[in-house]
Design a protein around this ligand. Structure first.
Ligand SMILES: *Cc1c(COP(=O)(O)O)cnc(C)c1O
Length: 465
């Protein structure tokens, strides 16, 4: 048997195109602007392989970002480590449907990946879960499982009967936008969060205020949403204290630890995430600091029964006789990509040491960039760098606060257009700020030097205009 000629053609093209893209990743303009889809209409007839690939080369390839590269520091963005990238290519080739056991090893590999991840993050073996498309879908599932738990406390099966009559209150201090979105999707409503105060100068929950609010709540069920860590100040909530309060009030504790959980690779169980093992559910992202390609994350929970009840549906053709719950009963999709494979191969190839090395390096480089910014006359370090996020803004002494915000926005635009780095905006204590989040496996000292030069250059250009 031989490969079909079409497959052979595309495989060869793939090798060439992927090699070209990867080799240019470090030198191309980091972000592209004003990108429009090609002016092409849908054709009735087929095109040749050559023609189709040529159109892709011409109309798509030049307009991509280097978000997988070492200097895309917007949002919180990882790259694709080589082993994960290889595995991801294979995922499409293998084209397995990881909905349930019974036809391949894929579900077993996903379970093994989850078990290793649990070990990687020093989570007790009471935690189980499912690989998701990212932290947003993990937060959504967290909300869905918490909803089922609240129902159970009130003898309502939410998955079966809906939320009618459910009495529940949600508490959070600095929820990620995706968490707010998830509360809307899960039927709680985006505006139904009781906002807990933060400790001054941070995004960390004020635990005494939470205690007061939980005591004052008249809702029959309570859900607390904590963070490890937030995306601007990288604040970690005090999970020991919060979980104790949750226990006292029989409240569900969900922790959004999308990228903050990786701090455990540096400081272990007694670092800033101390107490995360007491959470009821935990969100983790893998296309950020684990550096696997989009899209991958996970939800972990200590309540496997409630998890399964919340997502299961009975259908004769979906019966599962195996000892493990089917993944289709633990998540959103019935049919699912073999998303676990790039994670599995990353863990096989790099191990704890390899992954910790890039996490360590990102933190050290972020701190160095922050120290440098703090020493510059033209820049102000707005928040002390605690982890991998650097929050700063350019300064001109004679500007009032409105002008300073405008100047910061213009500076960011200029910097991103220069194409050496890509950063994204934020807001801190009413001020427009710029965030640089380092989470790519490839970022080195050299990238920091290139960034410093571009920061200075763009500042001078803007002030001389
Ligand atoms: C990135 C992030 C999310 C959303 O994750 P996606 O991967 O974009 O779905 C949620 N919470 C936190 C804290 C994050 O950093």
């Amino acid at each position: 048997m031989s490969l079909s000629t079409d497959n052979q053609y595309f495989l060869n093209q793939f090798n060439e195109l992927a090699s070209q893209f990867l080799s240019e990743l470090n030198t191309r303009q980091v972000a592209k602007f004003n990108t429009n889809a090609p002016k092409m209409t849908l054709l009735q007839e087929e095109r040749s392989n050559t023609n189709a690939v040529e159109l892709l080369r011409q109309h798509v390839l030049p307009y991509l970002s280097a978000s997988a590269g070492p200097r895309y520091w917007g949002f919180v963005t990882g790259g694709a480590n080589p082993a994960a990238l290889f595995a991801d290519w294979l995922v499409s080739t293998f084209d397995q449907n990881v909905s349930k056991d019974g036809d391949s090893i894929a579900s077993a590999i996903e379970r093994q990946a989850l078990l290793w991840l649990r070990e990687l993050f020093y989570l007790p073996d009471t935690f189980n879960g499912i690989i998701t498309t990212g932290a947003t879908s993990a937060n959504f599932l967290g909300a869905v499982i918490a909803r089922e738990y609240a129902g159970k406390q009130q003898a309502i099966s939410v998955s079966q009967q809906g939320m009618q009559g459910l009495s529940v209150e949600l508490f959070s201090a600095s929820p990620h936008a995706s968490m707010i979105k998830s509360l809307g999707l899960a039927g709680f409503g985006q505006q139904q969060i009781t906002v807990v105060n933060t400790i001054d100068g941070t995004e960390q929950m004020d635990v005494s205020h939470l205690a007061q609010q939980l005591t004052n709540s008249t809702a029959k069920s309570k859900i607390v949403i904590a963070s490890s860590a937030t995306v601007t100040a990288t604040s970690f909530d005090d999970l020991h204290a919060i979980s104790a309060l949750c226990k006292q009030h029989q409240a569900w504790l969900h922790v959004d630890a999308a990228f903050g959980i990786f701090e455990r690779l540096v400081n272990g169980e007694n670092g800033k995430t101390q107490g995360i093992d007491l959470a009821d559910s935990i969100t983790v992202d893998f296309h950020k600091w684990l550096n696997v390609p989009y899209d991958a994350g996970a939800i972990f929970t200590r309540h496997p029964d409630i998890h399964e009840q919340s997502c299961n549906v009975d259908a004769p053709y979906l019966t599962n006789d195996g000892p493990f719950p089917a993944f289709l009963s633990l998540g959103i999709e019935n049919s699912r990509r073999f998303r676990a494979l790039p994670i599995w191969l990353t863990l096989v190839r790099y191990g704890r040491d390899g992954i910790s090395a890039w996490v360590d390096r990102n933190i050290a480089l972020a701190k160095e960039l922050a120290n440098w910014l703090a020493q510059q006359d033209n820049f102000e370090l707005v928040i002390e760098c605690q982890l991998n996020v650097v929050v700063f803004r350019p300064v001109l002494p004679q500007l009032n606060s409105t002008q300073a915000d405008i100047f910061t926005r213009s500076f960011l635009q200029k910097l991103n257009q220069a194409g050496v780095v890509f950063l994204t905006p934020g807001s801190w204590e009413g001020k427009q700020v710029i965030r640089a989040a380092l989470s790519n496996w490839q970022t080195t000292q050299e990238d920091i030097e290139l960034a410093k030069a571009s920061l200075q250059h763009c500042f001078l250009q803007l002030t001389n205009e």
